[in-house]
Design a protein around this ligand. Structure first.
Ligand SMILES: [Zn+2]
Length: 266
């Protein structure tokens, strides 16, 4: 079975970046052996001691299956991360003022809430946002959230630093969060694919090396992003490095985002 990355084409958006084309094989190679896990509860918990999951959202990389058993490499498309817009998942408008920053680090988080039925994800993201804003934060803490099906949700403006209840300053950190508690469950392969694409996009967008990919626990006293995700960091860095320069990101239109969320909730 060959996997072919298929992505939509990017249109003008604040996130648009040049579409490039390169082999996606290396990135796909990293997927083998990763399983998908479902489990769980519906608790919007925080990432670590107080960092609630925030959303970020790119509905990343979607793969189609090429049913032919070709002996040649499949034609590989440029990866385009499709992001479910804030309006699509029903975000509340931000309040107050955020801290403007320049992204210099790529820091992985988990939401620390065990994965639940995929249909509940949009509601969980709204719950996360409400919880975060209940901390007097201006918005959901994370720049993007990735669900276990690889959907990517737009979170806080990437121009603004995230928020945390842990002891580090998130200024300068690009903070995507994968939904799940990876102290007890594994991120799905699709989820990691989206994360890799998102990190590669951020790296190329802000001129940050894949060597700067870290876990939250590298900066603060927290289990985040959980042993089962943290243990993948070396692999993730390699894949990010391979993909960097080739990724585009497109925030879906309002209607596309609503349609995508409806499909998730179905
Ligand atoms: Zn974290």
């Amino acid at each position: 079975m060959l996997l072919v990355a298929c992505y939509a084409v990017t249109t003008a958006s604040p996130y648009a970046s040049p579409v490039t084309r390169r082999s996606f094989l290396a990135a796909l190679a990293g997927l083998v052996g990763l399983g998908a896990w479902w489990a769980g509860q519906t608790r919007p918990s925080a990432d670590g001691p107080a960092e609630v999951p925030a959303t970020s959202g790119l509905d990343v990389v979607r793969q189609a299956t090429d049913t032919t058993l070709a002996t040649e490499p499949p034609s590989l498309e440029t990866p385009v991360i499709e992001v479910i817009s804030r309006s699509g998942w029903g975000a509340a408008p931000p309040t107050g003022q955020g801290v403007r920053h320049t992204i210099e680090r790529l820091t992985i988080h988990h939401t620390a809430g065990s994965q639940s039925a995929i249909s509940l994800v949009p509601q969980r993201i709204r719950d996360y946002q409400a919880a975060h804003m209940g901390n007097d934060w201006p918005d959901i803490a994370y720049h993007f959230l990735i669900d276990r099906d690889g959907n990517v949700y737009e979170g806080r403006s990437i121009d603004l630093a995230g928020d945390t209840s842990t002891d580090y300053d998130p200024t300068g950190h690009f903070v995507p969060a994968m939904e799940g508690d990876f102290s007890v469950e594994r991120p799905s392969a699709t989820q990691v694919n989206s994360l890799v694409a998102l990190l590669a996009w951020a790296g190329q967008e802000f001129g940050v090396s894949a060597d700067e990919v870290r876990g939250h626990r590298d900066f603060a006293s927290t289990a985040c992003p959980g042993d089962l995700a943290y243990g993948m960091l070396d692999e993730i860095r390699v894949r990010v490095k391979q993909l960097m320069g080739d990724v585009s990101l497109r925030v879906l239109s309002d209607q596309e985002s609503l349609d995508r969320v409806a499909a998730v909730e179905r």
